[in-house]
Design a protein around this ligand. Structure first.
Ligand code: NAD
Length: 427
């Protein structure tokens, strides 16, 4: 059988699209959907990944009302899910009267792992590495003079013993301050560079040499207080502030003690986090992996946020998570929208951006808990979702709003109902 995709990667995008069109039976309109590449453009897209035939877009929205360390930020958020941008903005607005978000973060130190096998005695191998620490660090730093010129670079080394079914392993952690980069490429290059020296020192051989996504040295934190009055106002005075706080605490304590709820709790956090990570052209898989690994670091999967009441009965929320992102490197400067996003944010460093991301994660999580605990998230969610349902039912142009409005009035937000209404409208 002829391989239609033979040397697909060598062909130009338009030719690849032709092959795909034939293979998948795409109409010209469907092919055009892929061809319509927006701000990225086909040439840039084709340089970024392999086998490119087009691009896929996401809405670019703005998180508003964010007061972080006394400064107002307008926060670009890219996400396909309705309600997220509105919820984060709402939470940020409610936190404003108590001064908004206070944030902090560690230095941007990432970990590179080098796995050494066949080294003989662990303690002698460990000693040989630690005795030559300065030599190893300067060897690593030779690999990235640009990073070093910005005050970053390899700063320290840790040696760990890992027991396994196939024997003992020695794992070197190279701690690198990556300044404004996410750091994976920089660290991988350093880890590769120092591997021959580590083999020489230990008499073993190196297997893996790669960054760890459990970036627990690069934590970002945010804290906010939601005053009782604001909590009450948020329910249009229907529920007392303290009751809202208690309802949120009940929801939080379920997450703290049940991984089934905790996964969804942390998903809410990541709704906000990922939207900013994506808008700024960063690697959301890296941030996701780091967040969930960090949530499990105690051996039990825990919420990334915590909540408690202060002496005034106000609700205090806090978040701490690894945020491995950059304002240089990766796709942050190749994706045109990412460059614009960074300009809108006006951040001066990756550290500042990581703290804003933490604040958005906290805001998002608070908003979800508040909605779930007080009015039922489904109602608000489905209202925004009604427009999507109308589109699925085939509504076009101003039909979309008409159908969406009617299915809400009917209290029947379903594709079947939307189709019925659409037929009536078109009669
Ligand atoms: P990069 O190599 O594109 O850029 C980093 C480099 O930029 C630094 O090494 C430095 O030389 C230079 N630089 C210029 N100004 C700087 C400043 N102010 N601060 C710091 N560095 C500065 O990218 P990267 O950040 O090393 O790697 C990120 C990319 O690696 C992402 O695209 C990610 O998807 C990818 N990646 C991730 C993993 C993983 O997470 N496991 C693995 C491999 C690759």
């Amino acid at each position: 059988m002829e391989d239609k995709f033979h040397e697909f990667y060598k062909k130009p995008p338009e030719e690849r699209l032709k092959i795909l069109k034939e293979f998948a039976g795409l109409t010209e309109e469907e092919a055009e959907t892929l061809r319509n590449t927006g701000a990225l453009g086909i040439e840039t897209a084709d340089r970024m990944i392999e086998n490119v035939v087009g691009t896929s877009e996401l809405p670019f929205g703005l998180g508003l009302h964010f007061l972080v360390n006394g400064k107002e930020y307008v926060i670009p958020m890219c996400i396909e899910e309705p309600s997220v941008v509105a919820a984060a903005s709402f939470a940020a607005k409610l936190a404003k009267s108590s001064g908004g978000f206070k944030t902090s973060s560690n230095d941007p130190v990432m970990i590179g792992q080098i796995q050494i096998m066949g080294f003989g005695d662990f303690d002698s191998a460990r000693r040989a590495i630690l005795d030559n620490k300065e030599k190893i660090l300067s060897n690593a730093n030779k690999r990235d003079s640009v990073l070093v010129s910005f005050g970053g670079g390899a700063k320290d080394i840790e040696v760990r013993k890992i027991e396994s079914k196939i024997g003992e392993m020695l794992v070197v952690h190279l701690l690198v301050d990556v300044r404004d980069a996410m750091g994976a490429n920089a660290i991988n290059t350093m880890c590769e560079g120092i591997s021959p020296l580590l083999e020489e020192l230990t008499g073993g051989y190196v297997r893996l040499k790669i960054i760890s996504n459990l970036a627990d040295k690069r934590l970002a934190r945010a804290k906010a207080i939601w005053k009782r009055e604001e909590l009450e106002k948020s329910t249009k005075g229907l529920v007392k502030g303290e009751e809202v706080a208690d309802a949120i605490l009940e929801a939080y304590y379920l997450a703290l003690n049940d991984p089934y709820r905790c996964a969804t709790h942390n998903k809410g956090v990541m709704n906000g986090v990922d939207a900013v990570v994506i808008a700024t052209g960063n690697d959301f898989r890296a941030v996701e992996a780091g967040a969930h690994a960090y949530a499990s670091i105690s051996g039990k999967y825990k919420p990334l946020t915590k909540y408690y009441k202060n002496d005034e009965g106000d609700l205090v929320g806090e978040i701490e998570l690894p945020v491995a992102i950059g304002t240089v490197g990766g796709a942050t400067r190749t994706k045109p929208e990412a460059k614009v996003a960074l300009k809108i944010l006006g951040v001066k460093s990756a550290k500042e951006l990581s703290e804003i991301i933490a604040a958005v994660g906290l805001a998002q999580n608070f908003a979800a808990l508040r909605a779930l605990a007080t009015e039922g998230i489904q109602k608000g969610h489905m209202r925004l979702h009604s427009k999507n349902i109308a589109v699925i039912a085939g509504a076009k142009g101003n039909e979309i709003d008409k159908v969406a409005k009617k299915i809400i009035e009917d209290k029947n937000i379903s594709v079947d109902n939307a189709k019925k209404i659409l037929e009536e409208i078109r009669k």
